[in-house]
Ligand binder design. Structure first.
Ligand code: PGA
Length: 253
């Protein structure tokens, strides 16, 4: 059985106080509302990781993620945050390869492979993001493009390592735009990515890998998206900044 996961990605939002308020609202609502078996992840800026981890540690279905990690383990890399530092805050997950990091920080598939390796070595769960731009979708090459992102960043892993990775498919044209991929478009890609994983890691591992959808996922469309056979949850940007919306999305299975 694949894990159902709803992960929030706060991006560059929330001061310390704002973040703690949001996290405690979500933690309180989750205790009463979210079904067992749904894992909820809060992807916070680095500054919140420790405080939010402390606040959520009594709820076993609530986890904390960093939004990035360094390609280095330690040393003279001013401003970087290592996987060991992230782990030491109490966080359990790390988002790797978000399209905003790929675009604004020129992160390559090869660098992302290194980040995935480091995260796994440290015992963090990578949430590996992939997705195509509008140009690529319009050219009809989206499936090949996203498959290549997986090949170049994940296909060097052992089956055991790959079994610990979560994938998030996020069409770039749907991120923060209010345009959601239709459930049929999303399902088609999730199915294709699962089949691509199977070519390398076998059917059983592919069947057990959680693949999340991201891109303008909201309470109003989450049920329809999560109802698709190969969609196992979501990576949520804008709507993760409102506790009510985020918890409603987590309740959409
Ligand atoms: P969005 O962002 O939900 O605001 O579209 C999704 C993401 O970038 O993870």
């Amino acid at each position: 059985m694949r894990k159902k996961i709803v992960a929030g990605n706060w991006k560059l939002n929330n001061t310390m106080d704002e973040g703690l308020k949001l996290a405690s609202e979500i933690a309180n609502m989750m205790n009463d509302e979210v079904k067992d078996g749904v894992s909820v992840v809060l992807g916070t800026p680095f500054i919140h990781l420790n405080a939010v981890s402390n606040l959520t540690k009594t709820n076993k279905n609530l986890n904390v993620a960093a939004q990035d990690c360094s390609t280095h383990e330690s040393g003279a890399y001013t401003g970087d945050i290592s996987v060991a530092m992230i782990k030491s805050t109490g966080a359990s997950h790390v988002i790797i390869g978000h399209s905003e990091r790929r675009e604004y920080h020129n992160e390559t598939n090869t660098e992302l492979a290194t980040k995935v390796d480091l995260a796994l070595k440290e015992g963090l769960t990578p949430i590996f993001c992939c997705g195509e731009s509008l140009d690529i979708r319009e050219s009809g090459n989206h499936e090949a493009f996203v498959s290549q992102q997986l090949t170049e960043s994940l296909f060097h892993l052992s089956e055991e390592q790959m079994s610990k990775v979560v994938i998030a498919y996020e069409p770039i044209w749907a991120i923060g735009t209010g345009v959601t991929a239709s459930s049929a478009q999303a399902q088609e890609m999730h199915k294709a990515l699962r089949a691509h994983l199977a070519t390398k890691f076998g059917d059983s591992l592919a069947e057990n890998t959680s693949i999340l959808y991201g891109g303008s996922c909201k309470p109003g469309n989450a049920k329809e998206l999560f109802g698709q056979a190969d969609i196992d949850g979501g990576l949520i940007g804008g709507a993760s900044l409102k506790s009510r919306d985020f918890v409603d999305i987590a309740n959409s299975f």
